[in-house]
Design a protein around this ligand. Structure first.
Ligand SMILES: [Fe+2]
Length: 327
């Protein structure tokens, strides 16, 4: 269940209205890297691991709910930045004078110019935040990524936190308001915290690479195709051992010739790896069975019923509390 608390998680403040920045900030309200995207992504992913990975479910729901709290902070900040606009738009019977609330004629002209770039925000919303990005594209569920597998989902979330952090970092350059900057810095920092939570959670799942269940074909998992000619560089991405699988990188210097020689890679040989087709097949079978059993057992109906929540335990805990208090 959700239970709303009217106070914000962070004491967001604004020193004066700024319609231009309000519009930019919409990027983190209804944009592809924004707070609603993050909240919905973790919320949707959480369903799949409720039973089999209750610890990850707990974390995903904590972070999803915190992202909703951030959405609220961003919305509140946008609303404060639009102070005066909402009321003045309602003052429809009078000759509306936005000049008064917008700190002079120049600010009004700014407002009109902004309204022309994103009319939806200023004219349709009536001076409140809209679920769009900063140029007016409506929020879309297509921003949400989830594969129903934690080793994939947690990596997608690390990516989501990365881009959200960068948008805040960039937004901070477009306002001089110390109070707004303070909130943005808080929001940016929480992305840094979430990034590490997802990484740490991923590290507790073994094995977690490659994402999902199936191992890669050992003939191709450590081949580096030198596909561009000119200045050449060497690094841990093409020499030494591959970082996650520990296979020796094999550089194919002449990919065109190599593809010809191997009949379009059909006759490729594996090299620099301990893995073989047999070891891959048996690892695939073993991990498939392991994950299936874990998920099936966790989700099996108890006494012919499936239930999402357990309330008895909390009742028991209360009874226990009562009895120990009366002693
Ligand atoms: Fe986050």
């Amino acid at each position: 269940m959700f239970h709303h608390v009217k106070e914000l998680q962070f004491n967001a403040r604004v020193s004066k209205p700024d319609v231009r920045f309000a519009k930019l900030l919409l990027e983190q309200f209804g944009g592809p890297n924004g707070e609603l995207k993050a909240a919905m992504q973790y919320f949707v992913q959480a369903f799949g691991c409720r039973k089999a990975y209750p610890d990850k479910y707990d974390m995903l729901m904590d972070i999803a709910t915190e992202e909703f709290s951030h959405l609220e902070i961003v919305g509140a900040t946008i609303q404060m930045l639009l102070t005066g606009v909402n009321g003045e738009l309602k003052n429809a019977a009078d000759e509306s004078d936005l000049t008064k609330v917008l700190d002079g004629k120049a600010a009004k002209e700014d407002y009109i110019q902004e309204a022309m770039v994103n009319p939806h925000f200023f004219l349709v919303s009536g001076g409140t935040p809209t679920l769009t990005d900063s140029v007016g594209n409506p929020w879309s569920a297509s921003y949400i990524m989830g594969m129903g597998d934690l080793t994939a989902d947690l990596r997608l979330n690390i990516g989501a936190e990365t881009s959200a952090k960068m948008v805040y970092e960039n937004l901070m350059k477009f306002t001089d308001d110390v109070y707004v900057k303070e909130s943005l810095r808080f929001l940016m920092t929480r992305e840094v915290a979430h990034f590490q939570m997802f990484q740490a959670a991923l590290d507790t799942i073994k094995p977690n690479f490659p994402p999902g269940i199936l191992e890669g074909d050992p003939k191709f998992s450590n081949k580096y195709f030198n596909m561009s000619k000119g200045e050449e560089y060497k690094g841990p991405w093409n020499e030494g051992k591959s970082p996650l699988m520990g296979e020796e990188w094999q550089t194919i210097e002449e990919p065109r010739q190599h593809v010809k020689d191997t009949n379009g890679l059909l006759e490729e040989k594996s090299k620099g790896t301990d893995r073989s087709e047999e070891s891959v097949q048996s690892a695939n079978k073993k991990l498939s069975a392991e994950r299936k059993t874990k998920i099936d057992e966790a989700n099996a109906p108890k006494n012919g019923v499936m239930s999402w929540s357990v309330y008895e335990d909390s009742q028991k805990a209360k009874d226990h509390e009562k009895s120990s208090a009366s002693k």
